[in-house]
Design a protein around this ligand. Structure first.
Ligand SMILES: Cc1cc2nc3c(=O)[nH]c(=O)nc-3n(C[C@H](O)[C@H](O)[C@H](O)COP(=O)(O)OP(=O)(O)OC[C@H]3O[C@@H](n4cnc5c(N)ncnc54)[C@H](O)[C@@H]3O)c2cc1C
Length: 411
């Protein structure tokens, strides 16, 4: 990285956004000896509304990178089977124990710990640079090319010039907006209310969803507390508030009776955060000098908890395809197009499945006046356990899993 003047930086690859996509891409490129600068607008990774699931395919990537053992030393929970609670019935949904991966489980780890881990690994390489509290505001245009970004830091504005700029700045990506890349929205009939309740050692195990009459609650085990996601129809937060906090607490207690005495922890609406759900994708993920990956290229629904995994897979594919051209300081449009071609199918298939589940199961359950019954597919999973391996494969590995092909030039 060249910084004669600290406000004017030159690097080979500038990554906007230090989420799963940006940190993994930065790590892989630096590991391959490519000078890379990641700009992250927050001061730390500590944000509560991020997903927490590390899938078997991501764990496999870490195995290939030789960092899996260290990763698994960090506090996490391992989930081998998923089930849903539909009324009084516990319905098995997926069995990960037969996956052809080293880890036959999904690891739950707060995303900030996962990102800290990637940062620690990437920091071993001199080509890796990360600037926190650096918010990308705009792109630098040179003719038809994107030549870098302008960002603001606590010390003032900076200009970063790069052979390639990668937008990894999530679903509200400023990069894709400034690059005028066209977005296709797939819609989403649901939003999520996000809050915590304390967890006790004798609480029941984790299920992937509790379905009551017109209500759905997901509870993620974070050891000493439950991270709760209560689903509502899109735009219905004001309506939910209008019913009052007492009614809301009663709904939670009805879905998860074991937390009944913990409803005092929801003292006011400030404890409950609205996370709007959206599903979209770019028609074209690139233009000369610029590429978008992860949620910046395709915003994912929380359904199936696969967005982080897809972002990581995008990063691995992008590094595999772009490391060599970047090392030669020439990235053509066809290199960028290759990344989209490689990752478009997994994106489309995953989003299609998310939209089907959102519309046919979740929205149907939210609008139903009576307790829904387990759908036929869930009954088949109940009767024929071998079938549970199919959703396990879709969730745990996904479509077209990537493998690390970039070299490790040593630290
Ligand atoms: C309610 C909800 C729950 C979810 N739960 C899960 C789950 O459990 N498991 C799962 O796999 N997926 C989940 N997802 C989806 C998942 O969060 C995303 O798909 C995933 O985080 C995408 O990773 P990313 O790196 O592309 O983007 P992000 O994780 O959004 O990271 C983008 C990064 O860019 C930074 N940034 C943004 N703008 C700028 C800027 N201008 N300059 C510099 N930095 C910037 C942000 O601070 C952030 O660090 C959930 C989504 C929602 C809405």
């Amino acid at each position: 990285m060249s910084v004669d003047d600290p406000t004017k930086i030159e690097t080979r690859c500038c990554i906007a956004g230090g989420g799963p996509a940006g940190m993994m891409l930065g790590y892989l490129l630096a590991r391959a000896g490519i000078d890379v600068l990641v700009l992250e607008k927050h001061a730390d990774f500590l944000r509560d509304f991020r997903g927490d699931t590390i899938h078997p395919s991501t764990l496999e990537i870490m195995y290939e990178l030789g960092i899996l053992e260290d990763f698994l030393k960090r506090p996490h929970q391992e989930i081998r089977e998923f089930a849903g609670q539909i009324g009084d019935e516990l319905v098995p949904l997926a069995d990960l124990t037969h996956l052809p991966t080293h880890c036959k489980f999904l690891a739950f780890m707060p995303q900030w710990d996962f990102l800290d881990f990637l940062k620690d690994e990437a920091d071993r390489y001199p080509a890796f640079h990360l600037k926190m509290e650096a918010e990308v505001l705009d792109l630098i245009h040179e003719g038809n090319e994107i030549a870098g970004v302008r960002a603001v830091t606590p010390a003032g504005e900076i200009e970063v010039r790069a052979t390639l700029t990668v937008g990894c700045d999530g679903r509200k990506s400023i990069v894709r907006d400034r690059a005028e890349l066209q977005v296709e929205s797939l819609g989403a009939p649901i939003d999520v209310l996000w809050f915590r309740l304390s967890r006790r050692p004798d609480d029941p195990g984790q299920v992937m969803g509790r379905f009551g009459t017109g209500k759905i609650l997901v509870m993620l085990n974070r050891d000493d507390y439950w991270q709760c996601a209560y689903l509502i129809q899109k735009g219905a937060f004001e309506q939910t508030k209008a019913r009052g906090l007492e009614a809301f607490r009663a709904d939670i207690a009805a879905l998860a009776p074991f937390v009944k005495d913990r409803d005092v922890e929801l003292q006011d609406w400030a404890a409950i955060r609205l996370l709007p759900v959206l599903v979209d994708r770019l028609r074209k993920w690139y233009r000369p000098g610029l590429l978008c990956i992860g949620d910046a290229a395709h915003a994912m629904s929380p359904v199936g908890g696969v967005g982080i995994n897809l972002a990581i897979q995008d990063a691995v594919a992008a590094a595999n395809i772009l490391a060599r051209p970047l090392s030669q300081n020439y990235v053509s449009l066809s290199h960028l197009q290759k990344v989209q071609l490689r990752r478009e199918l997994p994106t489309r298939v995953t989003q299609w499945a998310q939209v089907q589940i959102q519309n046919r199961i979740l929205n149907a359950a939210l609008t139903s006046q009576q307790q829904i019954r387990p759908p036929l597919i869930a009954r088949l999973f109940q009767k024929f356990p071998v079938l549970r391996r199919i959703p396990a494969r879709l969730i745990g590995i996904g479509v077209r899993p990537e493998h690390v092909k970039t070299p490790d030039i040593g630290d």
